[in-house]
Design a binder for this molecule. Structure first.
Ligand SMILES: C[S@@+](CC[C@H](N)C(=O)[O-])C[C@H]1O[C@@H](n2cnc3c(N)ncnc32)[C@H](O)[C@@H]1O
Length: 259
């Protein structure tokens, strides 16, 4: 019997394979085909049946295996030929994840759709460094902004956020770091703390801490690059107090993989 064509867009979490939801695992178990992105932890594919076809559609060595249009078409054609397509995406699919676009496209072709939220890197990556995005007396809100818009420009929202007292979390911002620094300097915020966390929540994590004035040098010294989260605001000062979470995670990970 032909399986009903269905797309479920699923959040895989930020990298640590334990930061996936139970609901996501249940969906992976029922997948006929999985189309997965570069930023997902591939250990998660083990939740699917060995018979499930797993297709990498992300970016490798800076090049896209598939353009977005090709991914959309693949979702629809595989849903029609195989049944349940799971689109496994890093973090949360509705946070700079194109999850909504893929659902809209599939719906146009009559494919049934569903979505499972994920733990976004925007929140979990700072958390693993002991950075609470809000804290009484430190920050009343946070902005999550893309550093690079569709037109490859720095989002204008960065300048608006820099005027506020909010914690500012920037994704896809490493290529625009110099511009981001100058936006904050323009607001006389040279002393504001900033953290850059590359490959957060994974064993390959690298970090750099400083202020708006010093972070450029830190990035050079530590050779930080994408994928990274940039966190700007007073809450970054909390990191030494809470960073033990991450150390615990590393210890657990060593127990699992090294012994
Ligand atoms: C296309 S966006 C996808 C975001 C994703 N939907 C989410 O909710 O985490 C990709 C960007 O997210 C950030 N990112 C995702 N995972 C990360 C991680 N483990 N460590 C640091 N940054 C990460 C980086 O800024 C990266 O360039």
């Amino acid at each position: 019997m032909m399986n009903t064509p269905k797309l479920t867009v699923v959040g895989a979490g930020p990298g640590d394979p334990d930061l996936i939801t139970l609901k996501a695992i249940k969906v992976l178990e029922t997948a006929d085909v999985i189309l997965y992105d570069a930023l997902i932890n591939t250990d998660l594919l083990a939740y699917a049946s060995v018979n499930t076809e797993k297709i990498f559609v992300g970016k490798r060595k800076g090049c896209y295996q598939y353009e977005q249009e090709q991914i959309n078409e693949l979702i629809v054609s595989r849903a029609k030929s195989d049944g349940h397509v799971v689109r496994l995406k890093g973090g949360d699919p509705f946070v700079f994840g194109r999850g909504a676009e893929e659902i809209e496209y599939a719906q146009k072709f009559g494919v049934e759709t569903a979505m499972v939220p994920g733990i976004s890197s925007a929140m979990a990556v700072p958390a693993y460094q002991g950075i609470p995005l809000t804290k009484r007396n430190s920050s009343e809100s946070f902005w999550v902004i893309t550093g690079t818009t569709k037109n490859h420009l720095l989002s204008n929202d960065v300048a608006l956020a820099a005027k506020s007292t909010a914690t500012v979390v920037i994704l896809m911002g490493m290529g625009k770091l110099a511009q981001i620094i100058s936006v904050f300097q323009h607001e006389n915020k040279g002393d504001t703390p900033i953290a850059i966390i590359q490959n957060g929540t994974t064993a390959a994590e690298k970090t750099g801490f400083g202020t708006i004035e010093t972070i450029g040098q830190v990035v050079i010294e530590k050779q930080l690059s994408s994928p990274a989260i940039i966190v700007i605001g007073d809450v970054v000062r909390q990191s030494p107090k809470f960073a033990f979470f991450y150390k615990n995670f590393k210890r657990q990970e060593q127990n699992v993989f090294v012994s």
